[in-house]
Write a protein that binds this ligand. Structure first.
Ligand code: SF4
Ligand code: SF4
Length: 198
């Protein structure tokens, strides 16, 4: 091996080593994105878009928005939702469907969100809980409506006021009287039989 080849190989190796060390040092000072779970369990916050499990939010009066229509159950492709309802008589003598039990099987849910998309009331959503492991599969079947809860009563919407009457159209201009109409000048026709004076 000539001296030239020896030194070119040596410098090439050193250059390669420095490039590798540069990448290592850059990553050493870059902000880490690896989560140290479960050590950081208390401060760990999932992204809002994360689909942990289905929940039915209730307000402070233990009311939810579900009207028991069953559209989510029909939209679910693998039967993870079972909606049980009953018909109640209202004060005005009508029948009204009411939710009795909303069962959700987390064990067979595939988090497709079709149920949430189908719900016309926005009554269900995904929460970001992710520690859902249990030792008994039956515990994965959850009742989402809380005991004693009921649907939010909708306040009657007042009917919109009738639109104001349109302003009366301007009165038509009175037709000119016959006497006011200027009579066209009578056209004097020359009588062909009348002799003309020269
Ligand atoms: S996310 Fe999909 S699979 Fe899960 S309950 Fe809703 S529709 Fe069913
Ligand atoms: S969650 Fe929504 S779609 Fe499902 S039964 Fe209740 S109102 Fe209907």
């Amino acid at each position: 091996m000539s001296n030239n080849n020896y030194f070119s190989g040596l410098f090439s190796g050193i250059k390669s080593l420095l490039v590798g060390l540069g990448v290592t040092m850059k990553e050493f000072f870059t902000r880490k994105i690896t989560e140290q779970y479960p050590e950081n369990r208390k401060e760990l916050k999932m992204f809002d878009r994360f689909r942990g499990r289905l929940v039915m939010p209730h307000n402070e009066n233990n009311e939810h928005k579900c009207i028991g229509c069953g559209l989510c159950q029909m939209a679910c492709p693998n039967g993870s939702i079972t909606v049980t309802t009953e018909m109640l008589d209202t004060e005005d003598g009508k029948k009204k469907r009411s939710l009795v039990k909303y069962e959700y099987d987390l064990g067979c849910c595939m988090f497709c969100e079709l149920c949430i998309t189908a719900c016309p009331q926005g009554a269900i959503e995904f929460c970001t809980d992710f520690e859902n492991a249990v030792f008994d599969r039956s515990k994965l079947v959850q009742q989402l409506n809380k005991p004693g809860s009921k649907a939010v009563e909708k306040k009657p919407v007042p009917k919109p006021a009738a639109p104001a009457a349109k302003p009366a159209a301007p009165a038509a201009q009175p037709a000119p009287k016959a006497t006011e109409v200027a009579a066209p000048a009578e056209k004097k026709e020359s009588n062909p039989e009348t002799p003309t004076t020269v």
